[in-house]
Design a protein around this ligand. Structure first.
Ligand SMILES: Cc1cc2nc3c(=O)[nH]c(=O)nc-3n(C[C@H](O)[C@H](O)[C@H](O)COP(=O)(O)O)c2cc1C
Length: 185
């Protein structure tokens, strides 16, 4: 097996290699206001119940809407929305309204007041379930209470932020299913 020649690397930049999952759009609403933000820093915390930890910076307007409504929708965009994803991340709501500004469709959710972004491949309706880490780490723990996922394609072409303006685009899928212990599948 090959080993790599290495050099020191700044610890504050290890996220370039560990950045989790796909970049997502978080939509939220409260008392007639709505907003969308781009989010790269999230992680699965548990599967049953379905818990997701999300870093929401205190300078984001979405944070207020999420805090007050205690809800949001996590939307999974595909590569065709990459430019919009960056532009959403470059602007602050609620004015201008990002749905109108970026030509996105707000669809009604089933369990939460926040709208789904219809153009995204998947939409996960979430309720804020643990607020204890918000003040210290800006970490919001959500429970996914309802999920809407496109029936095709099976593997969406998602984008994964590497930092420094670069996205990795999801590509080849390789199955090692036969090697897995069932509980790790
Ligand atoms: C690729 C990308 C990833 C981002 N990830 C996060 C994140 O994980 N958490 C966060 O609070 N902001 C993140 N941002 C910044 C927010 O999307 C940005 O501040 C956004 O404009 C907030 O909008 P709002 O003020 O309308 O809520 C990211 C931006 C980009 C472009």
């Amino acid at each position: 097996m090959k080993s790599y020649k290495k050099a020191d690397f700044p610890v504050e930049k290890v996220r370039r290699f560990l950045e989790p999952g796909p970049v997502v759009l978080v939509s939220s609403a409260h008392k007639g206001e709505r907003d969308i933000m781009t989010m790269g820093w999230h992680m699965i915390l548990m599967d049953e119940p379905s818990l997701v930890g999300c870093f929401i910076w205190d300078q984001n307007y979405s944070r207020e809407l999420v805090r007050k409504s205690k809800e949001c929708v996590i939307n999974v965009p595909t590569v065709d929305l990459a430019e919009t994803v960056v532009r959403i991340g470059n602007s602050h709501g609620p004015d201008p309204d990002k749905f109108e500004e970026f030509g996105l469709t707000a669809a009604p959710a089933a369990e939460v007041g926040a709208p789904l972004v219809a153009e995204c491949y998947a939409n996960f309706e979430c309720k804020l379930t643990d607020t204890s880490l918000i003040r210290r780490y800006s970490l919001f723990v959500f429970e996914v209470v309802k999920a809407h996922v496109a029936t095709s394609p099976r593997y969406p072409t998602t984008i994964h932020y590497r930092g420094d303006g670069v996205f990795m685009v999801s590509g080849r899928n390789v199955s090692y299913r036969r090697l897995f212990k069932p509980e790790n599948l």
